[in-house]
Design a protein around this ligand. Sequence first.
Ligand code: SF4
Ligand code: SF4
Length: 65
Amino acid sequence: MAVIIDTSKCNGVDACPAGGLCIEICALNAMENVDGRPKVNGEACPECGLCVMNCPNEAISKSGS
Ligand code: SF4
Ligand code: SF4
């Protein structure tokens, strides 16, 4: 499993209707701003699903292998 971001639905933090909420909401700082785009640090992310549920564009999902 992994948390993945669909870049066809997320155009980066500046374009995010929620101002990069996925980065703010992650209590473990596993979602990082890399050159203006959210990026999951897989080693720090236990896939709690919080960012998945709160992305206004439904751009984040959990995916098998
Ligand atoms: S909350 Fe969704 S749309 Fe906003 S930056 Fe994060 S992944 Fe992109
Ligand atoms: S699934 Fe949870 S731990 Fe992983 S990046 Fe999203 S909010 Fe952070």
